[in-house]
Design a protein around this ligand. Structure first.
Ligand SMILES: CC(C)(COP(=O)(O)OP(=O)(O)OC[C@H]1O[C@@H](n2cnc3c(N)ncnc32)[C@H](O)[C@@H]1OP(=O)(O)O)[C@@H](O)C(=O)NCCC(=O)NCCS
Length: 165
């Protein structure tokens, strides 16, 4: 499945192509995850998610360059809700609306599952992600203090957010 969506951001219009990812995308997925995430998923975890019936992984590809994966997002199905488990955009492709585009697709997929809400957890220090989620209509439900390791023996809170569907 593939759909081109016109998006705008960072002063530049981009038309990414969104595709449901298959195991054939593993190598590109690992590369974007390593380049774009301070705490990347392991290759084994990505490979498992690509074949698990509980997950949908979606990729955003550069228009006119179908092999260039610009970003991806992972949606996990719970009994009554859905969870955004990961969203990563390659550093060179940020602020062009790629994450917004991926999130819109995940919201539509979760709505098609008849999930009640889309849930997520994010590090309290992740200002870019917090701004993205606020701009997309997510609201804070609470915090888990000292949830994530933050280096040098420190820990930081998880912010729990959701958006009704
Ligand atoms: C967070 C992340 C996914 C955003 O991806 P992106 O494609 O650059 O985001 P978009 O261009 O779709 O931004 C949509 C909106 O989110 C907000 N936003 C995104 N990045 C922002 C930043 N660095 N600072 C402030 N606001 C930001 C803005 O409101 C933006 O709209 P605008 O550009 O019109 O102002 C990207 O920075 C990333 O991959 N970060 C590393 C991985 C990560 O932290 N993932 C989330 C937690 S798992």
């Amino acid at each position: 499945m593939a759909n081109g969506l016109a998006v705008a951001g960072g002063g530049r219009v981009v038309t990414p192509v969104l595709e449901r990812l298959t195991p054939a995308a593993l190598e590109a997925l690992v590369a974007v995850e390593r380049a774009g995430q301070a705490h990347p998923w392991s290759e084994a975890a990505l490979a498992e998610a690509l074949t698990s019936p509980a997950y949908e992984l979606w990729g955003a590809y550069a228009p006119g360059a179908p092999a260039e994966l610009l970003g991806h997002a992972a949606l996990y199905r719970l009994p009554f809700e859905a969870e955004l488990q990961a969203i990563t955009v390659a550093p060179g492709a940020r602020r062009r609306g790629i994450a917004r585009c991926l999130l819109e697709r995940l919201l539509a997929r979760a709505a098609a599952w008849r999930s009640e809400r889309l849930l997520l957890e994010v590090r309290a220090s992740n200002a870019a992600a917090l701004a993205l989620y606020a701009a997309m209509g997510f609201r804070e439900d609470g915090r888990r203090p000292n949830y994530y390791p933050a280096g040098a023996g420190r820990r930081e809170a998880a912010v729990l957010m959701s958006r009704p569907l």
